[in-house]
Design a binder for this molecule. Structure first.
Ligand code: B16
Ligand code: MG
Length: 218
């Protein structure tokens, strides 16, 4: 194992909750039903793809021009940015800071593969930017998760082979992307939401270097 490639939302910090709240406000304004179960489908996919799914749910796909959709996406992002401006290091999920420290000490590469255009801002708010050898620039990615491109780019940036990497994700689209890249996939959540993962942990508190190594050497 030469590198660990992390998802951000739902793995390093629970900004997934803020995405839920911000999309929930927009959906309510458009009178579109929105709940946590539906929100699962939005995890890991881009802002525009998320909006398309929400509008389709409300049978409103044809009601907005491209410009109108852009305006809705910006409205959601403005609310999301308001929520994440209050993020602090206390919002790092359990076990993550200790794992990042262990990985650095063991000279194992660390990359971020987040679909979020707000990822760098969030890492800085969490005071974790220092740990990352590479943050994949999502604007340079042609195909989002579940396509493997973002994880393959992370491995290439670190100069390691995909088979030498572990990817950690909280979304089904992310697990698919990791497996498509030929990496070992760790899912955070319930097994039914993490199909195809090599191992699933209920919470990030279960993650550590020794735990990852013991499963990786399988
Ligand atoms: P933004 P991840 C993803 O982040 C979220 O899971 C997903 O819900 C969101 O739509 C996407 O980022 C885009 O985020 O609107 O901030 O660009 O899980 O890949 O870290
Ligand atoms: Mg995620």
């Amino acid at each position: 194992m030469k590198a660990v490639i992390f998802d951000l939302d739902g793995v390093i910090t629970d900004t997934a909750e803020y995405h839920f709240q911000a999309w929930g406000s927009l959906a309510a304004a458009l009178s579109i039903p929105f709940d946590r179960e539906f929100n699962e489908q939005l995890k890991g996919i881009s802002r525009t793809e998320s909006l398309d799914k929400i509008l389709a749910r409300g049978n409103l796909s044809d009601k907005f021009s491209e410009e109108g959709k852009q305006e809705l996406a910006t409205r959601k992002n403005t609310e999301y940015q308001r929520l994440i401006s209050a993020v602090t290091p206390s919002d790092i999920l359990p076990g993550i800071k200790a794992l990042l420290t262990e990985l650095r000490e063991a000279r194992i590469g660390i990359a971020l593969a987040s679909a979020s255009k707000n990822a760098t801002f969030i890492l800085e708010r969490l005071e974790l930017a220092y740990y990352f050898d590479s943050v994949v620039d999502v604007t340079a990615i042609r195909h989002g998760k579940p396509d493997p491109e973002i994880f393959l780019t992370g491995a290439a940036n670190l100069g390691v082979q995909p088979a030498e990497c572990i990817g950690i994700e909280d979304a089904q689209a992310g697990i698919q992307a990791i497996k498509g890249a030929g990496m070992f996939a760790v899912g955070v959540g319930t097994p039914s939401q993490m199909q195809g993962a090599d191992i699933v942990v209920a919470t990030t508190a279960e993650l550590s270097l020794s735990m990852l190594e013991s499963h990786f050497i399988r």
